[in-house]
Structure formats: C-alpha cells, structure tokens
Design a protein around this ligand. Structure first.
Ligand code: NAD
Length: 415
C-alpha cells in the first residue's frame, strides 16, 4: 500500500515538528519506555484516525517503536499538518491525509486505513468505527477492539452499542480523568484562543465573548476568555451546568439574548445548530463565529450561506459573510474545529497525557480485547492513575500516600 499525502518533500520540516512535540511530551515518552518493557504489537496492523499533528506523530512513532504497523488518516478534513504527514510517511507509516480533503476524499482516506485489516482501531470522533459498522466492504473486519478520543465519538459509540450493533470493545479514552479534565479543559481552552488570535489578530480584552456549552471544553474556553479580560457569557441547556457557570462568575443567558451582545461566539456543545440564522440575523456588525466542537454542525453554516449576499475570504481561515440585512459577520475555519484548523491543536504537554491513555488503552485492547465485552468501556483506573503519576513525576511534584491508619479510617463506618 502506498501513502497519499500532499508533499513528501516536507518530511524534513515534519521531523523537526515531531522532535519539538516529543521533547515536550515526557509523560508519553515515559509511557512508551515502560510499555516497551512488557508489551509488543508484534507487527499487528493498527488503524489510527486522529488529527495529523506533531503531537500525533509522537504517538504514532511510539506505536511503531512497539512493533505496530501503523495506518494513519485524519479525523478532520482541515486539521492535517502536511509536513507531519510527510515525516510519518518517510518513517514507514501508511499515511492517507492532507489538508483540505473534500468530504469524499476524507471518507476514502478512512477506508484506506481500514483496508490494512487493523487489529486495533484508534479513532477521534467515531468516523472510523462508524465506517466499519456501516459499510459492506468492512462487514468481515474483525478487530480485537478500539479506542475513542473525544466526547462526540463516545456519544456516537454509546448509540451504536445501544442499537446492539457494536462488534468489538472500545475503550473511551475521553472518559479517563487524565484526558477530559486536562485536554478538553486546558488544551481546548488555550488552543481555541490560539486559533482565534492567529486567524483574526484582534484584541480580546473588553470584548463580549459568548461561550455555548459549559462542559469540559466550554469551561476551559470561558476561563481563558476571562483571563484575556473579555466579558464572558455562557449559554447552556443543562440547568446544573448553567448554575455552575453562574457561580463561577459568568453571565448566563439564552442564545437569543446573547446573540445581540456578543463580539465573539464560540460553540463547544457537541450539538447541532446551536447558532442558527435567527441568532445570526440579530448579531452586531462584525460578530465573529467560532466552533470548538468536534463536528462542523454547531454553527448552521448552510443557513448562513443562505442569508448572505456574498462571501469572501478576508484572511486565511476567516470568511466574511455580507448578510442580506446589511451587516457583516465572520466565520473562522469554515465552522470546523477552530483550534486545529486555524492553529496547531492542543499543546504537546496536554496531549502527552491524552496519548498516554491512547497508547496504554491500545495495548490493553491488543492484549485483552478478545476477552472483553463488546461495549464502550471506561479507561481502566490503573491506566488513569499511572498517567497521573507519570505526569506528576514529569513536573517534579511529589504527593503524600495515605497512612495505614487513614486507609483503615476511610473504610470503616464506626468512628
Ligand atoms: N476542539 C478540540 O480540540 C476538542 C477537544 C475535546 C473535545 N472536543 C469536542 O467539543 C465538544 C464538547 O465536548 P465536552 O467534553 O465539553 O462535552 P460535554 O458533554 O462535557 O459538554 C457539552 C455541554 O454542552 C451543553 N449543550 C448541549 N446542547 C447545548 C445547546 N443547544 N446550547 C448550549 N449548550 C448546550 C451540554 O449541556 C454540556 O454541558 C464535543 O464535540 C467534543 O468532542 C473538541
């Protein structure tokens, strides 16, 4: 099988990107070093459908070091870093990814990695798992199991499991505490603004920022927004999370009201059409629309097209929509995951934890998948704890152990 990438001559630059990421991912380096002592993939094919970033190259090279034959496709048509794809190809990974794939090419790339007959399927958003379960060509594919990186992917897998059709166990990496508490919150919190600032080069201080969704991603974004000195409003549908947002010191109001005041709107819900044309029509001149959720469904981009007289790209990753009502609004990265389209995704330090969970979960699936229930399974606690311990060690932080007396006290009902 031959890779399909944008430009193999970018490999040298991709190697530098890999080196930079790897050198800032000591937790992953330690996880690989420890895993190598006990486990090996023995040449097994592994399909990886993740954003093709420098951080992912550190994970993929780790899988290779552990003896896997890796097939890589992107988890989003606009998130691939072409130099990283070229570097991985030069290292013998089968890569099917380039920035700017159209929808058909994106799906074809996923099919290509599945044609490698993977024993383990690592996914971000569930498009690879869905393809295996949906398409005739893959009906006989029988992997030992898989992993899933993100909230939206876990929701889709749970729906697949509920329909009784899930054919293999999948470890929900997103559900590890050392994943969503850090990656979703601090990773997306920072990198979403990295994307917004690279795309717009505008000042955040004093602006009105509306954050839709106060889950792990939303609260990370809202906190960083406040850090910039922006007046931050949260939109929610969950009463408990709305209350949390309010007591964390944010304004909370419905989308229809916040639409009138926002300078920036950032969606992070995993839901469809959270910002609709009725909201966009009431927005201020120059409002900027950003999506940080996994799929490009949170802002109604098709509806936006329909209420616009004209659309033009005014800066890389910024489209200006001249609306029929005379106002202009701006859309970042075509409404796709802004931190990966307009920036480089999460910083390596945080992906070091997420990908340690991915690697250890892939090992668990490879070694025990055939005996595991065909369900969406939480990351085993021993893996989660190990990643946290490795992270603390990498930061030079020591913690206490409970004494024997405390352990006994904690297990007793008598005082
Ligand atoms: N950009 C990234 O790199 C990145 C990283 C991690 C996760 N994600 C994605 O971000 C999205 C959110 O992830 P999460 O972990 O925060 O999920 P979450 O389930 O913790 O939070 C989502 C929140 O959105 C709220 N919500 C749902 N519908 C809403 C609506 N119509 N209006 C307002 N709020 C609504 C929910 O009540 C919930 O509180 C998912 O699509 C996830 O896959 C993106």
């Amino acid at each position: 099988m031959k890779s399909k990438i944008a430009d193999p001559s970018l490999a040298k630059n991709g190697a530098k990107q890999y080196e930079w990421a790897y050198n800032h991912m000591p937790i992953l380096a330690k996880t690989i070093e420890n895993a190598l002592k006990k486990s090996n993939f023995n040449g097994a094919p592994i399909a990886v459908c993740l954003h093709v970033t420098k951080e992912t190259s550190a994970l993929v090279m780790g899988l290779k070091k552990m003896g896997a034959d890796v097939y890589l496709a992107a988890a989003n048509p606009l998130s691939t870093q072409n130099d990283v794809a070229a570097y991985l190809d030069s290292e013998g990974v089968y890569v099917f990814a380039w920035r700017g794939e159209n929808s058909r090419e994106y799906q074809d790339c996923i099919r290509q990695i599945l044609r490698g007959k993977p024993e383990v399927v690592m996914d971000d958003g569930c498009d690879a798992h869905a393809t295996i379960h949906d398409e005739k060509e893959f009906k006989s594919l029988n992997p030992r199991g898989g992993t899933e990186e993100t909230t939206t992917g876990v929701i889709r897998l749970k729906a697949l499991e509920k329909s009784g059709k899930l054919r293999y166990p999948v470890i929900a990496v997103n559900n590890a505490q050392t994943k969503h508490l850090f990656d979703n919150r601090y990773g997306t919190g920072q990198s979403t603004f990295d994307g917004i600032l690279r795309a717009t080069s505008l000042l955040m201080a004093g602006k009105n920022v509306v954050v839709c969704g106060y889950g792990w991603v939303g609260r990370g974004i809202a906190t960083r927004s406040r850090g910039f000195g922006a007046l931050t409003t949260v939109v929610e549908v969950d009463p408990v999370r709305a209350l949390e947002a309010r007591m964390d010191g944010f304004d909370v109001m419905p989308m229809s009201e916040s639409a009138k005041i926002g300078d920036f709107f950032i969606t992070a819900t995993g839901q469809t059409h959270v910002i609709r044309t009725e909201h966009i029509k009431s927005m201020k001149e120059g409002a900027i629309l950003v999506n940080a959720g996994h799929f490009d469904v949170e802002i109604d981009v098709k509806g936006l097209d329909e209420i616009a007289k004209s659309v033009r790209e005014v800066r890389p990753n910024v489209d200006e929509y001249a609306l029929l009502n005379g106002k202009k609004v701006y859309l970042i990265g075509k409404g796709r995951i802004a931190n990966l389209v307009a920036a480089e995704g999460h910083p390596p330090e945080v992906m070091s934890m997420s990908f340690s969970n991915q690697l250890l979960s892939a090992v668990r699936i490879y070694e025990k998948g055939k005996t595991m229930e065909k369900k969406t399974i939480d990351v085993p606690k021993d893996i989660d704890d190990q990643v946290a311990r490795n992270a603390l060690e990498a930061m030079g932080i020591k913690i206490d152990e409970p004494t024997k007396e405390q352990l006994k006290y904690g297990e007793s009902w008598q005082l």
